[in-house]
Design a protein around this ligand. Sequence first.
Ligand code: CDP
Ligand code: MG
Length: 711
Amino acid sequence: MPSMAANNFSRNTHQNQTKGDFVSRKQKIEQQRKNLPIAAVERRLVEEVRNNDTLIIVGETGSGKTTQLPQYLFKWGFCRDGGIIGITQPRRVAAITVAKRVAEECGIPLGQKVGYAIRFEDVTSGQTKIKYMTDGLLLREALLDPYLSKYSVIIVDEAHERTIHTDVLLGLLKNVQKARSKSINGVVNTDHNNSNNGHALEERIDNQNDGILKSCQVKKYNPLKLIIMSASLDARVFSEYFGGAKAVHVQGRQFPVDIFYTHKPETDCIDAALITIFQIHLEEGPGDVLVFLTGQEEIESVERLIHERLRQLPECSRKLLTFPIFSSLPSEKQMRVFMPSPAGHRKVILATNIAETSVTIPGIRYVVDPGLVKARTYDPKMGVDSLIIVTTSKAQALQRSGRAGRDGPGKCYRLYQESFFEKLTDSTLPEIKRCDLSNVVLQLKALGIDDVINFDFIEKPDRTAVVNSLWSLYLLGAVTEDNKLSDVGRQMARLPLDPVYSKALIVASQFGCLKEMLICVAMLSVESIFYAPREKLEESRNALKSFASPEGDHLTLLNVYRAADEFFQKSKMVHSEEKAEKNLRKWCKDNYINSRSLKHARDIHSQIVRNVEQMGLRVTSCEDDTLLLRRCLAASFFLKAAMKQPDGAYRVTLSGLIVQIHPSSVLFRAKPECIVFNELVHTNHSYVRNVSRIDYLWLVELAPHLYAVQD
Ligand code: CDP
Ligand code: MG
């Protein structure tokens, strides 16, 4: 029968093709792996790890450290004691994309031998031997398992980034390593002449009545191998910190990169970037382009503008494809940037700082660097933590230009003048020196490290910053007057949230509105729920009106979540789960809601519901008693309250800072007398976002340690 034959024929071809593709892709990957600079020193590296309990590996970006070393260690038996290999990354995207790549290199599905875990998402199983994760996640694991007993090897990757979590982790791992080797020598809990930190770990174990003490007296832990990996050539600081630990260098392969500067300062860096991208596209030879931008918004607008300009070009010049990469990009889209561009096409990768060292994308010959980066800063006097755009350091500029020279000679276009480069700082200030420490201080305390100021940090945070965070933790009731962790503080540390949000959940369980607060906190934990494209501003504003509450943004967010959930549940009654999800995405689009953010909020919600249930908190609802919910917001967010001033601006009660309500807030025009808010952003003004209307007297009643009746 002809139709059968046709069917068979097409199926066979398909099978052959798949098999063919599979084999060639597998061979290609094998070839790529063999060609990586690190492959030439595999045996030597493995020997070094065997001979040194702590090893520092410095290697140029793209040499294969992150993807290959864990595989080598697995192959050479470092998991034979039943433990696993953990690799920490400062960024979620790096943890996810690298885990996917390594699973593919091993030819196995993700989540089996190779997996990843980030906050609110765990793709590992009992079989997982190579686990990529964020540095923050490993810190959380230490709360539940102070010896990190399931790990045989821990690799702290991208240590040069010096994120606050990396810095704390280094101190903690130093203790864990010490404590584990002592457990082998049978001296747990006896040696009290130890340093402050090793001591603290032992005391914590002493203080626990949950059996860890008993188990550790009989249990001997395997020694922990610690590997610190860094892209910066200066290994000294890590080596010194780890008592003169050995450092080895992996030689990279770097082709020369020509650097170009602008003749005059650029005022509009987006426009300058666009012009440069098109200049490269139209005038330069083959090779992909990597553009460093500051965040999702900037990336999305550059992407839109590229497509607009492409439409004006003749057909033959339109072979330019754009690929964004930033941390909140859905993971199925993240991997697209690694695909080779189709023949005759040029790829433009629009990336945040993530492509500087964490993620290596093959095929880049041109780098466009506006010299800016979004960074966290903290003003200890004002107690304000914010994300602002700052200039890069020289070290960052060099890393960025280096990305153009991995596959052949490259070019880097710095969108500033050469004299400007000379003025940049040599390297970036570690994050611990420039952010709010409350979360870290709370975690350290929960780990039994009470004397945070004297903790053996690789670089000490400013004393004022530590004192301020202790003060706000004290005001939140997380630490007692004598600086000890309170019961509430212990509960707060168990939640994977900022201390204020953890506190809000605990307060809400007492107020009887935990159900609502769980939603608020989940919605507050994601970026931009509302989607307002520039060309449809009016429509999106109208859509928002149907959810808006005159009482503030918190209740508005609650309305959105409830409406979405109601829609989803109804849809699920008549359709499959998959179809209902699809319908929900359509609903989001129609209502100008960012479906990705909403999905993220729903995931966070289910995780924190599990968390509070495990903690034994009562999840009750206040139904429609919005007054009660707002009183609960006041009782939770009293550290961030502000009063209206005669000129319509607001004065933050604790810091005296003058702020405005952000135009995106539903209270932007209403301007109530007294508000609580969650976020402070600085652009040309200081704005507060996520704002709710409250009564000042509630603050007096609910936070009497801070507020008194005004005359
Ligand atoms: O860690 P390091 O910077 O030394 O290199 P790596 O991240 O292990 O990358 C080694 C190679 O794997 C690079 O050539 C990357 O382009 C490639 N890679 C990839 O093709 N796809 C990924 N998802 C991750 C890495
Ligand atoms: Mg790496």
